[in-house]
Each structure stands twice: as C-alpha cells, then as structure tokens.
Design a protein around this ligand. Sequence first.
Ligand code: FAD
Ligand code: UQ1
Length: 412
Amino acid sequence: PSSYKVVVVGGGSAGLSVASTLAETLGSKSVAVVEPSDVHYYQPLWTFVGSGLKTFDESKMAMSEVMPEKAQWIKDSVASFNPTKNTVVLANGESISYDYLVVAAGIQVNWGKIKNLPETLGKNGVTSNYSAQSVQKTDEFIKAFKGGNALFTMPSTPIKCAGAPQKIMYLAEEQWRKAGIRDQTKINYFTGLGKIFAIDKYANELLKICKARNLNINYFTDLTEIRPDSKEAVFKVLAGDAKGSTLTLPYDFLHVTPPMGAPDFIKASPLSNADGWVDVNKETLRHNKFDNVYALGDCSSLPTSKTAAAITAQSAVLKSNLLGDILGDKKEVAKYDGYTSCPLVTGSDKLILAEFSGYTGQPQETFPFDQSKERFSTYFLTKEIIPDIYWKSMLKGNWDGPAKYRKLFGAA
Ligand code: FAD
Ligand code: UQ1
C-alpha cells in the first residue's frame, strides 16, 4: 500500500512547479507525482514551432529529466478519486493514499467533437498547433501553401492560451506575404466568441492589425465538420440572424483549434463543479468541499484565462497555503488575484504582451511601457528568455511570475 504526504496528479507545467518545492521542503518519499507521459512539453513554444521559428525538440524534455529529484514518479494515470477516503485509484487498479492532494491534470482536447478531424489531422493542409503530433505539420503546410483559401478556427469552449488560434494566423500571413503569394490568398478567422480577445485594450490593437493585413474575422461560428474529399469546412452559426444555420467554405489550408473541456475522469469525480472543473476557491485554490485538496492550472475552476503564465502566480499561492496546512505555521492566507498573460505574437519580430487579471479584466502589465503595442523587446523576451525561465526556474519551483518586477517598475 503506497501512501504519501502529498500526491500531485499531473506532471505538466502546474504539477511540477508545485511538486518541486514540496519535495524539496518535505523531503524524499513525501511527495508523489502521478504522470503517465514519458515526455514533458513546453507547449507555449508550439506557436513558434508551427511557424518554423523554433524546433520541436526545443519544446520537449524527457519526463525523467524534469521530474523533481526528491519526488516519487508514479508512471501511470489516475482513473478516479475517492476524496472521502483520501485515495486515488490508478489505471492499473492500484490505490494510492495521501494526506493532501494537488490536482494539476490539464485540459482535455476533444479532437473527436469535430467530425472527421482525427482522421484528417496532419494531412492535405489540415493541421493544429494543439498537438505534439501535428504541430510540425503546421510549418510544413504553411511553407508548401501556394495560395487559395486559408482558414483559422477558435472554438466557443474554454481553451488553453486563448491567443494561440490567432497568433499562428499572423505568422502564416507574414510568410505568405514574403513568399509573394498574398494576392492569391484569402485569410479567414472563425471564432465561436463575439470578440477577438477578452480584454479591450489588446482586442483594439489586434483588430487594427487584422484590418491592416486584410484578415477577415467571423464571429460566433464554430467548426463542426471537415470534408476532406471536397476540402470543405463546415461551421455552425451561433448567434445573429443566421443563428442555427451552417456555413460551408472551401479550404486549401486549415488550422484547427479543437473544442476543449474538463478531463472526463475529473468530470466523473466528486471533485468537479457543474462544468467538470476541479471546484476550488478562486483566491486560496483550496477545494470548496474537501479541505485537504487543492488544484491549479488548466483543470481547475479558477475563472481566469488558462495559461502557463497564470500558473506562475497560482503555484506560489497554492504552495504557501498548502505548506501552511502541513507545517502548521499560522501565516497570512495567500490569495490569487487572477493574473494571467498571453504573449500575442503578431509577426516574426513583434509581439503584444497582454497581461491582465481574469478576475477584474484590468491590465496588469510588468513593464513601464504600453504592452498593447507591437514590440521587438517583448518578442525577444517571449521567444528567448521566458523558455529559459520555464526550464531552469519555474519547473524547479523558483519562479512566482513577474509580480515583483511589476512592483519594481513602479506599477500598482
Ligand atoms: P499541462 O501542462 O497540459 O499538463 C497536464 C499533465 O497532466 C500532462 O503531463 C498530462 O500527461 C497529465 N495528465 C493528464 N491526465 C492525467 C491523469 N489522468 N493522471 C495523471 N496525469 C494526467 N501558455 C502561456 O503562458 N503562454 C503561451 O504563450 C502559451 N501558448 C500556448 C500555445 C499552444 C499551442 C498551447 C497548446 C498552449 C499554450 N499555452 C501558453 C498554455 C499552456 O501550455 C498551458 O496553460 C499549461 O501547460 C497548463 O499547465 P497544466 O499543468 O495545467 O497542464
Ligand atoms: C511567464 O512567467 C510564463 O511562464 C514562465 C509564461 O509562460 C510561457 C509567459 O508566457 C509569460 C508572459 C510569463 C510572464 C513573464 C514575464 C517576464 C512578463
């Protein structure tokens, strides 16, 4: 019978940034990480990989390399939770017990919800940056494109990195312009939502870019089907006069962002809220029903935009509160303010660095300049510096996000 002080479910961005500190503080054999994958991916790099600006290899590391030395890696997936018994059951049937549980299993990408997507992905111009299997195909298909209809989609469901569906459009458009085929190319963006970005400060700048580069935005439209034989994409209209009708468009290039949602095994468990996410307090990250359970990252109910950047702030709060429970010191309760960030790459040398609270909708920018303007400095930061911070500091539990720099630069 295996038993641990803390069991962490998931060895992704969130799980490892928490497990590192806990294992270091609580010592060997105290912390287990349940993670089935052999590989850990730095998914934020996939926008760059999909446009040929970084290699796929730079986005991955063997799980054995990034797993905290003092944590016990249980190489399996969690099948179910028994929070009243303080146990999790693994896919192999074994039960693991814990004093404290941290759930960090990420979001589930529902490829099968688009008719014919699983079988067409990576073939004949259909691709997605949202999978390790197809992200390199994006680069291949952008470079092989000879003009025609290019479509980029964003679903109406919550997704991870809400900017990624459009970042790849800006990078593709630039390549086609440079290749001299922009005149023969029509670019359409289809979003299931009514805005291009949730925060107006950044949405306004993005809309100017779309207008200047002749990128056509279609709102309230969800991709539902791909017809590979006729090379057509079918959309459902979600609002307006045509609500309920379908739109069918031919494509020569199609970048799909599939619908996503809470992982099924969480949805089916007593830990989930009505929408399937792990039901935690939005400030303390503690479960609303089970006091010894915490969650963070993409699988949590935290009502902010799902990014690795958000996890930098969440992990600091979670660790402070959980270590307070375990070590019994009566510190002040740490509170998460909804911080998140989306580095909106708009070309191969420029970027809009959105940083804001998902709780207030207010910008929370680190630097003393207007980050809604396209800049090379923030592009360089995102492409060359933040990946290093991720591998060397965040995964080791030593990066709490940029809040202290924001204060240093004089922001509130
Ligand atoms: P993940 O990192 O996805 O990790 C979840 C882990 O849980 C995985 O290792 C998985 O194997 C494991 N797991 C799943 N099921 C089980 C189970 N049953 N049992 C045990 N383990 C399980 N974020 C940014 O901040 N900036 C960006 O620029 C950015 N760009 C992005 C671009 C793309 C194309 C994509 C795909 C994502 C991007 N993100 C970006 C989002 C970022 O990658 C995620 O928000 C972040 O990885 C979430 O961390 P997580 O730990 O919650 O989930
Ligand atoms: C960040 O800290 C982070 O995690 C390492 C990201 O994930 C990829 C980000 O995208 C961003 C923008 C940050 C914020 C960091 C700075 C220096 C603004």
